[in-house]
Design a protein. Structure first.
Length: 254
């Protein structure tokens, strides 16, 4: 009966080594086109969504992607085991809070105003303090603006939904907003506004921000390894490049 014990042992090892493959992994994100596009209660795609799905497919895993307001999504990933989040910036205050699986894309931060606001002049970070600036609550823009001296309720205005930022700008309730070169145009369009009326006033050169796929610190290490290897593989085989080029062409950004 020794052979039977060997068979059972090998079968047990097979189950253990493949248990991650059978998992459906909880992944949370927010509605930020063209990275994540969410319309009428349905996730319709987006550049970051396509990259994450390609990673999971390469890893033979299944992603259950759910869309929430960013503060809720962030808290879920921070507190719930085996929960992943994207597209999240790897800011200094967050580095030790998550496992960082890989960089999805690079965002270049800027301060954008209306073209008609010719009196607004920003040539350095200190100039930003002279104006009322809008930013997304819980985003890296909030952290940056507070770090250079802006105060909520004084010259810093925060909203949970990105398209509300543009409504603040276009209604002249703020002078300018903190945004980036990838998501700005899509957010303006989703707010039902005319993107041609906005212009970048100041590029924050020191704040090029990489956005990542990250995981809760208590996540299964085998799952993390699978995803990290899969991410590297889709970069090596050209899948990542094809996805980014498709969305860059579609939305005219780089």
């Amino acid at each position: 009966m020794l052979w039977w014990k060997v068979v059972k042992y090998l079968f047990f090892l097979f189950l253990v080594s493949n248990i991650v493959h059978s998992q459906t992994i909880s992944v949370v994100t927010e509605d930020v086109p063209p990275l994540q596009i969410y319309n009428n209660g349905k996730l319709e795609g987006g550049m970051a969504v396509d990259i994450v799905q390609a990673i999971f497919e390469q890893a033979n895993l299944t992603a259950d992607i759910r869309v929430y307001p960013w503060p809720r999504a962030y808290q879920m990933a921070l507190t719930q085991k085996d929960t992943l989040i994207f597209s999240i910036t790897r800011s200094p205050e967050r580095i030790d809070d998550f496992i960082w699986i890989g960089k999805l894309y690079n965002l270049q931060a800027n301060i954008t105003k209306l073209k008609s606001a010719t009196d607004i002049k920003i040539t350095s970070p200190k100039d930003i303090n002279n104006y009322k600036i809008g930013a997304s609550r819980g985003d890296y823009g909030e952290s940056y603006l507070k770090s250079i001296g802006l105060l909520e309720g004084d010259n810093l205005y925060l909203t949970i939904k990105h398209h509300n930022l543009w409504k603040l700008l276009y209604s002249n309730r703020v002078d300018a907003i903190f945004t980036n070169q990838v998501t700005a145009k899509s957010e303006i369009n989703s707010a039902g506004l005319d993107a041609s009326k906005a212009v970048i006033e100041y590029k924050i050169g020191s704040l090029a921000s990489d956005v990542y796929l990250a995981a809760n610190k208590q996540s299964d290490i085998k799952m993390i390894n699978q995803l990290q290897l899969a991410f590297q593989e889709i970069k090596n085989n050209g899948v990542y490049q094809k996805i980014t080029e498709k969305w860059q062409k579609k939305f005219n950004f780089n």
